[in-house]
Design a protein around this ligand. Structure first.
Ligand SMILES: Nc1ncnc2c1ncn2[C@@H]1O[C@H](COP(=O)(O)OP(=O)(O)OP(=O)(O)O)[C@@H](O)[C@H]1O
Length: 393
């Protein structure tokens, strides 16, 4: 197995540039996840690696073998790139048994030795499908079909395994099972992999590194922990779960919300750029709901708010509040807040608190309006009772 290197990869469809001068290096045995919203170019990048799309420019090498180079007119055919692929749609041959489906990559590579030597049975065993070898795909469940597709992707010990949203068609329980199985297989076999998804929890669970794409370019390439702790831009922050957005303006007394409440962030400045406007991003798990009469935790920023909606979620309530015209979502523990929240009416005054260290502050970028489906603008501004602000950050 070997890693790969991509330089200046550019792919256009007509006048639209879908992959834009992309550089990406993956170490031998590394599992890299391409993460981003629909249409940002993830699948096209993967298809260029596989040789299923011909890029307009760039260089791709697997280990020290060049498989594509626009300048030198090198373009190695897909079946000669020694890759394994696992697709969202499973893409099994319906007229072939599981045994023949798994063995297919060995057959097209002329690897009769491996076919006779038990490679198919070993691959089937890796994903618990050895009992299904004589069945046809139509006789399998979705989860079983995808496990067979994973076995087929790995059977020929390819240089690189490409996964294109392989879990998207599975229901939630199976998705977790197959995800764990792929993770365990990678821990054991250490194949190099690129895995495309738009699901941040899949990306965090599987990736050694995450490559977050925006409009055909890499916005951030880093470990899951670093992406989680230090998103490189508001776009990344929004995409990895920091769905709450609070627009701030700096005055003499520091940062303020649009309705004028002080947000004491000590001397924090936006991660990129300077200026008197900033956008605070926060995870819903980092926002605390308080009654107007509650004592705020020490060193927390506390803002006046009104209740918008409350939905029962079992252990917690999903709560939407309005802070001076900006809506924030949070989770309120049912045992702690259930008694009063059940009775609270829409529009009731509440408080919202958060630790300044949980805030990520970005320079505003009009390109980077919410990705999260939250209606954050245009909400009716309601006054939020007494505005308490904790200090001493
Ligand atoms: N064969 C094609 N011809 C024209 N446009 C295409 C073609 N394939 C993809 N596109 C366009 O290129 C853009 C990127 O598509 P791509 O499938 O790479 O995105 P993606 O990030 O994988 O999205 P998704 O998660 O929805 O699959 C999209 O706007 C898509 O419509």
């Amino acid at each position: 197995m070997s890693g790969f290197n991509v330089q200046g990869l550019t792919k256009r469809f007509g006048a639209t540039t879908v992959v834009d001068d992309l550089d990406l290096s993956v170490e031998d045995g590394e599992f890299v996840v391409l993460l981003g919203p629909s249409g940002c170019g993830k699948t096209t990048t993967l298809r260029c690696l596989a040789g299923l799309e011909r890029p307009e420019g760039g260089h791709i090498s697997f280990g020290d073998r060049t498989v594509f180079d626009s300048g030198r007119h090198v373009d190695i055919a897909t079946h000669k790139r020694n890759i394994g692929m696992v697709f969202q749609s499973y893409a099994l041959w319906p007229h072939l048994t599981v045994r023949k489906n798994i063995g297919y990559p060995l057959k097209v590579r002329g690897r009769k030795d491996a076919l006779r030597g038990g490679a198919v049975e070993r691959a089937a065993e890796m994903v618990d499908t050895q009992a299904l070898l004589d069945r046809y795909p139509a006789q399998l469940s979705g989860g079983q079909q995808q496990r067979v597709a994973v076995a087929r992707g790995l059977v020929a010990e390819p240089d690189l395994v490409l996964f294109d949203e392989p879990l998207s068609n599975l229901d939630a329980r199976l998705r977790d099972q197959v995800r764990t199985q792929i993770h365990q297989l990678h821990q054991r076999l250490r194949f190099s992999a690129v895995f495309v998804t738009h699901d941040q929890s899949e990306a965090f669970a599987l990736g050694d590194r995450l490559a977050i794409m925006k409009a055909g370019r890499l916005e951030q390439l880093d470990t899951p922990q670093r992406v989680f702790d230090e998103p490189a831009s508001e776009y990344v922050a929004a995409f990895i779960g920091m769905g709450n957005r609070l627009e701030l303006t700096r005055g003499e007394a520091g940062w303020r919300t649009e309705s004028g409440e002080v947000v004491d962030l000590a001397d924090r400045t936006p991660e990129r750029g300077a200026g008197d406007r900033a956008v605070a991003r926060l995870r819903k798990q980092d926002l605390h709901l308080l009654r107007s009469s509650d004592q705020a935790p020490a060193h927390h920023v506390v803002l006046g708010a009104t209740l918008v909606t409350t939905e029962f979620g079992g252990r917690h309530y999903d709560v939407l509040v309005d802070v001076g015209g900006q809506q924030l979502s949070l989770e309120a523990d049912t045992r702690e807040h259930g008694a009063w929240l059940r009775e609270a009416a829409e529009g009731a005054p509440v408080l919202v608190g958060f630790a300044p260290s949980d805030v990520r502050l970005f320079a505003p970028d009009l390109d980077e309006k919410p990705q999260t489906g939250l209606a954050l603008t245009g909400a009716e501004a309601r006054t939020g009772g007494t505005h308490t602000v904790a200090s001493g950050v």
